[in-house]
Structures are given as C-alpha cells and as structure tokens.
Write a protein that binds this ligand. Structure first.
Ligand code: NAD
Length: 349
C-alpha cells in the first residue's frame, strides 16, 4: 500500500480522485492540502486523512510517499520540484507544465531525487480504450489510416478562472482538452504524433484563450488524424466521438472519452475479399459489426494504483511517464505554433 498526499483539493481531486478511493487497491490517501484552509479541512474530513496547512507541512509528512498534484497548471513546476526534493514520487495532473523547459526541469528534479514522475492523462485506463488498443495492435482493423477523437463541453466566461488566463493555464480548449485526445490516439494506435496543423479561435466567449480548436495530426506510421476540442458546444450536444479507421475495418465509439467509465464502442470489420465495388452500394457489403465490451473501471483509481505498483516494484511508469507527458505538451505547443503561423509544424522536444 502506498500512502499518498493530495496537493490541491479542488475540482478534479474532490470530484473524481478522492471519491475513487473505495476502488483503490494499492493506494491510500493519507494527507491532503489546499491553499484554501476551509477546503483542506472539509476534504480531510471527507477523505479521513490528515489536513496540512501548507505544502511544506505536507511534504514533511513522513507517512506520505507520493503526491498527487491537482493544482492549476502554472503551479505544477514548482510543486513537482519541491515534492521531488522532499523525496516524494509525483503524479502531476495534465498538462504537465506551461512550457517544455519547465517540464524538463521537473523531469530532471525527479531523476536527481530518485523519484518517479507520472502524468495525469487517465483516459488510457478506460477499459474500452484498452480494448480498442488491443484490437488495433492485433491488426483487427488492418493498418490504421485515420483516427479522430472529440471532446467538448460548455465552459462560459468565469471571472478569475485560471483556465481562462493564458499565463495560468497555458491556453484554452486545445491545451486543456485536445491534449487528452493526442495522448489517447497515440495510445490506441500505438503511434506517435510527428506533425500537426491546427486552427484555434475564440468563437463564442470573451476570454483570451481558445474556446475552439481543431488539430490535424500525422502519426509516425503515416496515418492521419483529427483532434477536435471545443469549450463552446453544449454538454447535451457533444457525443465525444472516437473513430479509428484501418484498411480492414474501423472502431467507433461514443461517450468513452471523458471522466466516467461508460460509453459504447463497436467494431466494423470488413470482409474485403469482395474487392472493389464500383457501385459503392454499401447495403450489400459483408460487414461484421461487433459490439466491443469491457468491464468498466474507475480510471482515476486505475491510474493512481498503476503508479503505486511502480513505486512498490521499483519499475518506472510505462503507460503515463513524465516523458510522455512532456511529449504531449510538445504536440500542443506545435499545434499552437501552427495556429499562429498558418503552417504545419513538426513535433520536436
Ligand atoms: N484528468 C482529468 O480528468 C482532469 C480533469 C480536470 C482537471 N484536471 C487537471 O487538474 C488540475 C486542477 O484542475 P481543477 O479543475 O481541479 O482546478 P480547480 O481550480 O477546480 O482546483 C484547483 C485547486 O487547487 C487549489 N490551489 C490553488 N493554488 C494552490 C496552491 N498553491 N497550493 C495548493 N492548492 C492550491 C485551489 O484552491 C483549488 O481548490 C489541472 O492541471 C487540470 O488540467 C484533470
């Protein structure tokens, strides 16, 4: 069992990670801390954990072996470095940092201190996404040629919100939500994004970050992709679609992308022995439609337990390493650069 400290007990920590504790197998929340003392006290009671008045006090807690950092993005760098110096392993929420340079410093601080750094793109732990990856890697849909992921929500102007302040969040819908999609599409396809072209705009709201983002992707196996992330689509309208197309079939899902373990997924596997059909009469095609099912898992519990297992076994995180988090940030930075310059960008770290 690994004892955890939570730094930042707001939205995601209080709404998803801490309530996931009954599903934890290898992890226990021992201590919590928020800059807001009332929140610290309330969450300490809810989580049956010690509440600390400062980050220094939490990092000095000898029982805490690892910290989950769920604060606004501009705080990730300094808090991760402080935790590493205190000898704590770090699971930092996404995106890893505001800049590649900050992310590099975080990785170095963790390396120097001999602790692990993992990032918080937890959608890889959604059971249906794991199934989709297995199918793709087993060649069931053939060679992947196109992959699309969509995530949208309704996020209006909120005075003082850190996500609406470029200095605090690093951008808008693209860095906040499209980065989940880059990470997820790389995971399912088993390929890295090497080139991007993007539009980002603020079409609906008045804040100085993007509420609209579309990123065209090229993967290292040559496949194309699209990640569309919008803050200005009503929650009732966005279906958060996932579509992976190969030269032997496709996998298509709705509602699997997000914070909850549900959604539905189907595979369309073609009998391509029929060859070329000049009529394109799709009705007569021999397509096997298969529902893809999996036992739902709580992604936050799976994510924290996976990291606890790494800490206990001494094996560095594979699925959500800090290096992968930095790569995803590099994709986002290249996408913003493309949006500014109007030119496709190669992803480099
Ligand atoms: N993986 C996911 O599903 C997911 C979902 C939402 C947010 N996130 C990420 O989690 C992080 C937090 O987002 P959120 O939506 O929970 O934000 P939030 O604003 O709801 O909560 C942040 C909390 O951090 C606290 N805080 C601020 N400064 C602090 C400090 N110096 N020390 C300690 N606590 C401090 C705030 O008081 C607040 O309670 C971000 O990186 C975000 O991108 C991840």
């Amino acid at each position: 069992m690994v004892n955890w400290g939570v730094i930042g007990c707001g939205g995601i920590a209080r709404r998803r990670m801490i309530p996931a504790a009954p599903h934890f197998q290898k992890s226990r929340i021992a201590a919590v801390m928020d800059v807001n003392a009332d929140v610290t006290n309330e969450v300490a009671r809810e989580a049956n954990a010690r509440g600390h008045a400062s980050i220094d006090a939490l990092l000095a807690d000898p029982e805490v072996q690892a910290v989950y950092i769920a604060t606004p993005v501009f705080l990730h760098r300094d808090q991760t470095i402080a935790a590493a110096k205190a000898g704590k392993h770090v699971l930092v929420e996404k995106p890893i940092a505001l800049s590649i340079e900050d992310g590099r410093e975080m990785l170095k601080a963790c390396r120097d201190a001999g602790v692990y750094l993992a990032e918080g793109y937890m959608m890889k732990y959604q059971a249906l996404h794991q199934k989709a990856r297995e199918m793709v890697l087993a060649g069931e849909i053939g060679r992947v040629v196109f992959a699309r992921a969509q995530l949208s929500c309704w996020y209006p102007d909120i005075p003082g919100a850190w996500r609406q302040n470029p200095e605090q969040g690093g951008g808008g819908a693209l860095i906040d939500m499209a980065t989940h999609l880059y990470d997820l599409l790389e995971y399912i396809t088993g390929s890295r994004i090497v080139e991007v072209s993007a539009f980002t705009d603020t079409l609906t709201f008045n804040y100085p970050v993007d509420d609209s983002s579309t990123t065209l992707l090229r993967f290292d196996n040559g496949a194309h992709g699209v990640a569309d992330a919008f803050f200005n689509v009503p929650d009732s309208a966005g279906q958060d679609r996932l579509e992976i197309y190969g030269n032997k079939g496709s996998i298509q899902a709705e509602g699997t992308i997000g914070q909850m373990p549900g959604g539905k997924m189907a595979a369309y596997l073609s009998d391509d022995s029929a060859g070329y059909d000049p009529q394109q009469s799709k009705e007569s095609l021999n397509v096997a439609v298969r529902e893809v099912s999996a036992t739902p898992v709580n992604m936050y519990a799976a994510e924290i337990d996976a990291f606890s297992r790494c800490i206990e076994s001494g094996e560095a995180p594979q699925l959500n390493s800090g290096e992968d988090g930095l790569h995803v940030l590099a994709v986002a930075q290249a996408a913003y650069e493309s949006s500014r310059t109007g030119r496709a960008q190669t992803v480099t770290i």
